[in-house]
Design a binder for this molecule. Structure first.
Ligand code: MG
Ligand code: MG
Length: 254
């Protein structure tokens, strides 16, 4: 069941989203060689708590971090760890969720650590753009899978691959609500988009084949071929004529 949010609920989600974006901005400032992913976790958690929210991921199905911090071939769900130290040339995907007055915001970004190769920069650019290609179809009366199809088409055109085992999702009172939003598939399928739906759209893209496996910790998701992966995500609300991004700050760059 897809919950349509009221104006008041969307306001609370926008505040949750603003806090998520603020946490992303602080984490970005701290990303450099020599920093551990546990340090980044602390920075994000502090921003979330200082703004009267709670980290959505901490304790979620037993997850230990406030953020997911996924380096290079780690696709998603990297657990913050003081032994995971960023190196020049790495890429790191940061996923942050915050819950404000009972409503969640959820957003991910991939960053370069120092100077990265052209191939890694290109993977990040393709992944980020694929999100916005999908969002072009986020408007009332379109089918949900019009978004999915646009993401996959753009990724494949650019010779990358999309992960199929994990999807975007509805978001609101729960971190994960209906519907699931695959990053692939034919257009014209799934529910019809309606004003007031709140959705987390999140392409997970790989430079090589998108086959994945989950490590023994039960979380860390890596590419089978050890190729690099990037992840961009926004929480949006469907408006009367399109969509609005909720996980952003005024003047924010993403
Ligand atoms: Mg997320
Ligand atoms: Mg999500």
């Amino acid at each position: 069941m897809i919950y349509i949010k009221s104006k008041r609920e969307i306001e609370l989600m926008a505040e949750a989203g603003r806090i998520v974006a603020l946490a992303h901005e602080k984490v970005k400032e701290a990303i450099k060689p020599g920093v551990s992913t546990l340090e980044l976790d602390k920075i994000a958690e502090d921003v979330i708590l200082e703004n009267g929210a709670t980290p959505s991921f901490k304790g979620y199905n037993g997850f230990k971090g406030s953020i997911c911090a996924s380096i290079n071939e780690v696709v998603i769900h990297g657990i913050p760890n003081k032994k995971h130290i960023l190196k020049n040339g790495d890429i790191i995907s940061i996923d942050i969720g915050a819950c404000y007055k009972g409503y969640h915001g959820d957003s991910a970004r991939t960053h370069a650590v120092g100077e990265v190769s052209e191939a890694r920069q290109r993977l990040m650019d393709v992944t980020k753009q694929s999100l916005f290609e999908g969002l072009k179809y986020a408007k009332p009366n379109n089918h949900l899978s019009d978004i999915s199809h646009a993401i996959e088409a753009y990724v494949l055109e650019n010779k990358c691959d999309v992960v199929k085992e994990f999807t975007g999702h509805g978001v609101g009172r729960a971190l994960h609500e209906d519907p699931a939003i695959p990053n692939y598939g034919p257009r014209g399928r799934g529910p019809i988009l309606r004003e007031g739906m709140t959705l987390a759209i999140e392409p997970m893209v790989t430079a090589g084949k998108a086959r994945i496996r989950i490590l023994a910790d039960g979380w860390t998701t890596v590419t089978m071929d050890k190729s690099d992966s990037a992840h961009f995500e926004h929480t949006i609300v469907i408006t009367s004529d399109g969509y609005k991004i909720l996980t952003t700050t005024e003047g924010g760059s993403f």
